[in-house]
Ligand binder design. Structure first.
Ligand SMILES: Cc1cc2nc3c(=O)[nH]c(=O)nc-3n(C[C@H](O)[C@H](O)[C@H](O)COP(=O)(O)O)c2cc1C
Length: 487
């Protein structure tokens, strides 16, 4: 019953309409009482059937308060309704930028900057007196070195890894359709490729974690034959081995039995309704050389698709050992995705979320500079993730050394996520991070796919405007000297 509590305001209105109608019919009250109740009833029905606002589909009638609050001027809203803790991890302003870009509400801002430009840490991009004239915004990066038979031309902005399981089926479908519409890539997350990833045919980066979901034997070890089956699918453009994730490096994961639905079990290749474990470490290799040999094996078994790994930086010497192994073996990954400690997760222990692993900027600089020092940088592409939602975030990260950027929560916002931070409870108010079929009904795939595509396109248009103002033609030309930070 509790899961239907969110419809209680609508139920109350239905009840009130009936009672007031009887009272009016028996002459006890004036006609406008049942009329008002009937109007609210009509509003509730409209909320339930409309397809634009997930909050209203899940919270008919009462959900309008959210829009009322949104309508109030930002300054007032901040003081009245938003405590300091509610405005993190992402500030209202950051979320508003995504919502506007996703909904095509592309207003210019009047009157000037609201940022404190003299604050320590303030960052800006230097402009040029000779701005470039850019005609497009579809910036691409070629991924796949000499050992790679099927290089991939990726957008410089893609959907970061989030599994089906952490996200709802409708969220996955919307993301993948949006990726297809906008010509960019959708990372599967470690939950492997589900039927929802395949429905619209958007480009996939297949992530393989320590659970080897989609390519495992019954005992949880790696199964090369099953790997090849999935990897050869033309929709799969790249293979990403996950070593660690910024929000919970060194921590595995457990999907409890009741959450392993038939669809999730089918995607992961695990038994239905039984506990599904991602161990903290890999079983297919245990040394840096073993890691690189495994990368070479995956690349081979996928008929030469770009193959790389994702990691958050912990002990620097372990990363140096991997870099040294590249030199000794001559095996290099086609790409490395650097995830920052500020990254998100469906669920992780609080101390992990807050205190383990290096933030993205330090991690990216370390990886980029190591590869430059070893003369390997031009053979390996670097992707980066960690709270990248605006064009300036992308520009700054590419200036620091990334070849492309991934966003997870940015695309969640494009789907309508309100940052309620209830992903781990299954009670996501917008149907993004839940497996409850009634809640995810709120998320209308065709509408949200457009928003995903709009967010991507409008963010890259803004990137184009920023780099053109700096006199550049492609974000790959960005260097650290283009960005300034007050210290
Ligand atoms: C709901 C959720 C699920 C995630 N699942 C995965 C996952 O399966 N594999 C992975 O490598 N990273 C996962 N991540 C981390 C993201 O891919 C990303 O690296 C991190 O959140 C940083 O990006 P962001 O700051 O744009 O969210 C997840 C993040 C979120 C928010």
């Amino acid at each position: 019953m509790a899961k239907f509590a969110r419809f209680s305001s609508f139920a109350l209105v239905v009840f009130a309409t009936v009672v007031l109608a009887f009272a009016w019919a028996s002459g006890q009250i004036a006609f406008y009482w049942p009329l008002a109740a009937a109007a609210l009833f009509a509003l509730g029905v409209r909320d339930l059937v409309q397809t634009r606002h997930a909050v209203l589909r899940n919270y008919p009638i009462i959900g309008h308060f959210r829009f009322l609050i949104e309508y109030i001027r930002p300054e007032l809203r901040q003081y009245l309704f938003e405590s300091d803790t509610e405005s993190v991890p992402f500030s209202r302003q950051q979320r508003a930028i995504v919502y506007q870009r996703a909904k095509l509400e592309l207003g210019n801002r009047p009157f000037g900057s609201q940022l404190d430009v003299y604050a320590t840490g303030f960052e800006w991009i230097n402009h040029s007196l000779a701005p470039a004239a850019l005609t497009g915004h579809d910036f691409r990066v070629a991924i796949g070195g000499a050992d790679c038979a099927q290089p991939y031309s990726a957008s410089v902005f893609n959907i970061s890894a989030m599994s089906f399981g952490a996200l709802s089926a409708n969220a996955i479908r919307s993301l993948n359709r949006g990726a297809r519409m906008g010509g960019f890539a959708h990372d599967t997350g470690e939950g492997s490729i589900s039927r929802h990833h395949r429905e619209f045919g958007g480009d996939l980066i297949w992530e393989i974690g320590s659970g080897y979901f989609g390519c495992r034997n019954a005992d949880g070890t790696f199964d090369e034959a099953r790997f090849t089956e999935n990897a050869l699918d033309p929709q799969v453009k790249m293979i990403e081995l996950k070593l660690s994730q910024g929000a919970k490096p060194g921590h595995g994961g457990v999907l409890s039995g009741p959450k392993v639905t038939p669809e999730i079990a089918e995607a992961r290749g695990v038994p239905v309704w039984s506990e599904c474990v991602s161990p903290a470490r890999h079983s297919a290799f245990s040394t840096p050389i073993g890691l690189l040999e495994f990368i070479a094996r995956l690349r081979n078994a996928s008929a030469g698709k770009p193959t790389g790994f994702k990691l958050a930086i912990g002990h620097p010497w372990e990363w140096f050992a991997i870099a040294k192994a590249m030199q000794t073996t001559g095996i290099v990954p086609d790409f490395i995705v650097v995830d920052g400690k500020e990254g998100g997760t469906g669920a992780a222990p609080a101390e992990f979320v807050d205190r383990i692993g290096a933030p993205m900027k330090e991690a990216l600089l370390l990886v980029h500079n190591t590869l430059v020092g070893l003369g390997l940088r031009d053979r390996i592409r670097i992707g980066a993730a960690g709270k990248l939602v605006t064009a300036f975030d992308i520009v700054r990260t590419m200036a620091l050394g990334a070849d492309w950027c991934n966003s997870a929560r940015g695309f969640m916002f494009a789907l309508g996520c309100l940052q309620s931070q209830s992903c781990h409870t299954g009670k996501c108010p917008t149907g993004v991070a839940t497996q409850d079929p009634y809640r995810q009904r709120a998320l209308v795939v065709l509408d949200k796919a457009e928003r995903v595509c709009n967010f991507h396109q409008n963010t890259l248009k803004a990137v184009a405007e920023l780099i053109a103002a700096a006199g550049l033609e492609h974000p790959a030309q960005l260097k650290p000297h283009h960005i300034v930070r007050r210290v």
